[in-house]
Design a protein around this ligand. Structure first.
Ligand code: L14
Length: 344
């Protein structure tokens, strides 16, 4: 496209686990970039990253960083978004935010392109990227909700450590080695909560992701509850979630139980998932084929399998949903939104 408009793009949190994937995607998708600004905290400023064969120096993100920026992708934590995104908007930038800061704000669209891309047009400067666990679940459930109406969802997650950043990946690998050598594991990072209480992640399962709320649920669980209703545009859907961290590096897995309002046909459900954009059906028990985090890692799709009717409830369906949490769960979903904006 010769007369394609070019954009000044800023990546805030460029040196983080999600930022790294955003850069790779902007590069591989050949995003129409005029100028690329890589921003971070003062701690990482000065680091040089390579983009399309050129070196780009990471700069400290300040309010002035956003002058002339058209599209800003934020993945540096909710506090950074809250401090800087409104200023970026004042400078005329559209912000795509990967944090929890604005997801439930009534003026902020919460977008999964395969589900509700039309909401992008309602933005007032900020578009929120949903939580990773929510994104992969609603991408798979959307066509089923349209056809049969979802009454309720019971979900348990098996989440990768990379969601908590590169330091959590390092911690899991370090603990695994220590554990195999019979050395003390010294938990330091996980769970990420409000207290200095830490637990072993190597060879373990931790039923806490993000901080506890007063209602006994964790914030990650409440994100799944609230965001699912907002993205599917249906407050009547009942959602309950248990979010668990497991010793996997990339890829969240989810056991999802759905109860429909209407009777469903299992073969039709499979067909709907076959046809769903961004979804790959892997459901072949005869050959022991089903979605696995190790297969989903590095891929943009949401993988669905283990489809089976609840033996005690006609309208109940069990499924297993897996996706790369840093890609569809974060960077890829954000870049899809950016591509939609760039198309105009
Ligand atoms: O709300 O620790 O976007 O795995 C996503 C991953 C917060 C924490 C978010 C994790 C997060 C999270």
């Amino acid at each position: 496209m010769s007369n394609q408009k070019l954009f000044n793009v800023a990546v805030v949190g460029a040196t983080g686990a999600v930022g790294e994937q955003i850069l790779k995607l902007l590069e591989s998708r050949n995003f129409p970039i005029q100028e690329l600004k890589l921003l971070s905290s003062a701690r990482s400023a000065g680091i040089k990253l390579s983009f399309q064969g050129k070196e780009v120096t990471v700069q400290e993100a300040t309010p002035d960083s956003f002058k002339g920026v058209d599209i800003a992708l934020f993945s540096a934590g909710g506090d950074v978004t809250k401090a800087l995104a409104p200023l970026a908007v004042q400078h005329g930038a559209v912000c795509i935010d990967n944090t929890n800061a604005y997801r439930m704000d009534e003026h902020t669209p919460l977008v999964v392109p395969e589900v509700n891309i039309e909401k992008v047009n309602e933005h007032k400067g900020i578009i929120a990227n949903p939580n990773c666990s929510t994104i992969q679940m609603v991408a798979a459930l959307k066509p089923l909700h349209d056809r049969y109406g979802i009454a309720r969802i019971i979900v348990s997650t098996y989440q990768a450590v990379s969601g908590a950043g590169s330091r959590a990946i390092d911690e899991m690998l370090r603990q695994t080695r220590a554990s195999l050598q019979g050395d003390p594991v010294n938990p330091d990072i996980l769970p990420v909560g409000t207290l200095p209480v830490k637990h072993q992640i190597a060879f373990n399962a931790i039923p806490q992701i993000d901080k506890f709320q007063d209602n006994g649920y964790t914030l990650e669980e409440m994100k799944m509850v609230r965001e699912t209703k907002k993205i599917l545009g249906d407050e009547s859907i009942e959602v309950t979630a248990t979010c668990v961290r497991i010793p996997v590096v990339y890829g969240h897995s989810e056991s999802v139980y759905v109860e429909f309002k209407n009777n469903y046909d299992l073969e039709d459900v499979k067909q709907l998932l076959e046809d769903a954009p961004g979804v790959t059906l892997v459901d072949d028990p005869a050959n022991q084929q089903y979605p696995l985090a190790t297969d989903a890692a590095g891929k943009p799709d949401v993988f669905v399998g283990r489809l089976r009717r609840d033996l005690g409830h006609e309208r109940g369906l069990n499924m297993w949903i897996v996706s790369d949490n840093l890609l569809k769960g974060a960077a890829w979903n954000a870049v899809q939104i950016a591509e939609h904006i760039a198309k105009g």
